[in-house]
Design a protein around this ligand. Structure first.
Ligand SMILES: *Cc1c(COP(=O)(O)O)cnc(C)c1O
Length: 406
């Protein structure tokens, strides 16, 4: 068993695409027959391109010219003083379109272009991934259709309008839970109807292989930059790297920079919701059990009959009942730990960061800040890098009560 654990961890650190599409017992490819061949082609193509020097040069140039990378690593002395720690923020809020999601959307859009498809489809929950995809599709010159639940569209009107302005066709989904889960179902249905001419641009490290691996590769730029910047600016590695976990893409991106440094603790923060006994939440790694959702085996929030449970978070981007398979393996191997913080903790952290640093973080990112603060309380003087996954401008209507939480 120990042997197996060590070799699984060594494999994970090395980071090659899993040949069986699995991260230990998690991941895989649970999809209709029609999608098998398409996923195999995408797997071959993405592995080939991500190792190709021409593609890598194009990606790097676009990360610089379109996204604005590298993003800053900001020392946060105001938070540091309050928490009794040395705090650094990895500023994905400074990415074009305001969050880390563009790192993945751009990378996949470049792959779609190379595959020669005629259109891109995507799902969106709060609209952040839809906006990033609409922008990336416009950048590479491909038309784009985004599926969005009607409830989300009502809650996130500015993002709906942003997508349209960026040239995307937005289809409102009135079936199922009318939020992210049914938007994914509908986007997949669209894709199945023309798998060769359509590219499905998935928004996090979830879904069937090769998505969890490929999306992670595009997000790992966060961690690689952060590691170099910590050494150059912060005088050495941090004691802990902290990030929020919805599907898990910004967290895995940050963690990739440090996974091979055993002295750096990896801490993922899930959404604990209101925090009362029996209240809905989105703490999949903390409280879920394995099952199949959206093409992969992964921890899920489900009842005894395998029905997906209602989730809740004040942060729309964390409100998802599944999680990336690689996180589940990192947890099982003891390499990363996952905790949750409540809506109220996240709100406090949002206000604290805004006033102490002059940086308004997204509600999602505020979960990472709240988790980092709690960790700091038992590690005085420690060096902490926090993944600031996005900016909070998108949350202003939620914060002022102009639109209801859910
Ligand atoms: C979507 C989103 C998240 C959650 O997605 P992950 O895949 O877990 O990273 C976190 N922060 C922001 C700002 C987001 O938009």
């Amino acid at each position: 068993m120990t042997m197996t654990k060590n070799s699984l961890l060594a494999e994970l650190i090395e980071g090659a695409p899993p040949s069986d599409g699995r991260f230990g017992p998690y991941g895989g490819r649970f999809v209709p027959e029609t999608l098998m061949a398409v996923l195999q082609r995408l797997e071959r193509k993405s592995i080939e391109l991500l190792a190709d020097s021409g593609f890598k040069a194009e990606l790097k140039a676009e990360q610089r010219d379109f996204i604005g990378r590298p993003t800053a690593l900001s020392p946060a002395p105001g938070l540091g003083e309050r928490w009794g720690a040395e705090v650094y923020l990895k500023r994905e809020d400074l990415c074009h379109t305001g969050a880390h999601k563009i790192n993945n959307a751009l990378g996949q859009a470049l792959i779609a272009k190379r595959l020669g498809v005629s259109r891109i489809v995507a799902e969106t929950g709060a609209g952040q991934h839809g906006v990033a995809t609409a922008a990336a599709a416009a950048r590479v010159g491909l038309p784009c259709t985004v599926y969005m639940g009607v409830i989300d569209a009502r809650r996130q009107k500015p993002n709906l309008e942003r997508m349209k302005l960026l040239g995307a066709k937005v289809i409102l989904v009135e079936t199922g839970d009318q939020t992210l889960r049914s938007a994914i179902d509908e986007a997949m249905r669209d894709w199945v109807s023309d798998p060769d001419g359509t590219y499905y641009l998935l928004g996090s490290v979830v879904g069937p292989h090769p998505y969890p691996w490929m999306v992670r590769e595009f997000q790992s730029v966060i961690g690689h930059e952060a590691r170099n910047q910590m050494i150059a600016r912060g005088g050495g590695l941090p004691d802990v790297a902290v990030a929020c976990v919805g599907g898990g893409s910004n967290a895995i991106g940050l963690f990739r920079g440090f996974v091979g440094d055993p002295e750096v603790e990896l801490l993922g923060i899930e959404a604990g919701g209101r925090g009362g006994d029996g209240d809905p939440h989105s703490a999949t790694l903390g409280k879920g059990s394995p099952g199949v959702l959206h093409g992969a085996m992964t921890p899920l929030l489900q009842d005894a009959h395998g029905q997906i449970e209602d989730t809740h978070s004040i942060a729309p981007g964390l409100d998802y009942p599944g999680v990336g398979p690689e996180h589940a393996l990192l947890r099982d191997l003891g390499r990363a730990r996952y905790e949750s913080v409540t809506d109220d903790d996240a709100l406090d952290a949002l206000h604290e960061c805004s006033s102490a640093e002059g940086i308004l973080p997204a509600l999602e990112s505020s979960h990472a800040l709240a988790g980092a603060k709690r960790w700091a309380a038992s590690h005085p003087g420690a060096r902490i890098v926090v993944g600031l996954s996005g900016r909070g401008d998108k949350d202003i209507q939620l914060l002022t009560g102009e639109v209801p939480h859910d």
